[in-house]
Design a protein around this ligand. Structure first.
Ligand SMILES: *Cc1c(COP(=O)(O)O)cnc(C)c1O
Length: 214
């Protein structure tokens, strides 16, 4: 039964964390409603979604029934989805460019819903990946805060084809420099290493739910 994965992952996190608080984010993108509900019933209330529309389909009807639910946006946000994102999500992990920072700040004012945020850092400086370059991170965090965004920390997705440890270390150092200490890093293949390097949030999808649909 796939729910055994939840216990295993929680156990691995606790062991690597050595008493430090680390939050598992169950990444429910491309997973079935049945599996999502089973994980909820097992007492996991923190979930991550990549796309606003899919998140709405998965969660809009469940949210009113689960006051402890906390939904993290972990995928790129488009300007035309900002209003829906601010209404639905509880945490935005992917502030990745000035335009979206300004749109989020304005929309949070409008809805009077001030969500905690992370800045996404393109730690590998990969052209195809979203995120602020490491060298621009400290000034971008300051820019976001000047707009009124509550930037609590940094998020990254290291290059797939390299060991992640140096990138985790780099993100932790950048977070310190930016006075934005919360770290979201680590996925199915490397969440244990990420915790060892100081992650506060790990984002785990396939190791928890099994392979994604489609
Ligand atoms: C899909 C995704 C994850 C989860 O990936 P797994 O390898 O299935 O654990 C984590 N973070 C982000 C940003 C993702 O897009």
């Amino acid at each position: 039964m796939f729910l055994n994965n939840l216990n295993t992952i929680q156990h691995n996190i606790a062991q690597a964390a050595g008493g430090r608080a680390v939050q598992l984010i169950a990444v429910s993108k491309n997973q079935s409603a049945e599996k999502i509900e089973a994980v909820l019933q097992a007492g996991q209330f923190v979930f991550g979604e990549n796309r606003v529309q899919e998140a709405h389909t998965h969660w809009a009807h469940l949210k009113p029934h689960y006051p402890d639910l906390c939904l993290h946006l972990i995928g790129p946000l488009q300007s035309n989805k900002v209003a829906q994102a601010v209404a639905l999500f509880d945490y935005i992990q992917t502030v990745d460019r000035p335009k979206i920072a300004a749109a989020l700040a304005a929309e949070m004012q409008k809805q009077q819903r001030f969500l905690p945020c992370l800045v996404q850092v393109n730690v590998g400086a990969e052209p195809q990946k979203a995120g602020i370059l490491p060298a621009d991170t400290v000034s971008f965090v300051a820019q976001c805060r000047a707009l009124g965004l509550d930037i609590q920390g940094l998020m990254c997705i290291p290059p797939f084809d390299q060991p992640p440890e140096d990138y985790f270390k780099q993100l932790a150092e950048l977070a310190k420099a930016a006075c934005a200490p919360v770290l979201s890093m680590g996925m199915s293949d490397d969440y244990v290493q990420a915790v060892a390097y100081g992650a506060h949030f790990v984002r785990v999808g396939s190791a928890l739910f099994g392979e994604r649909l489609n």
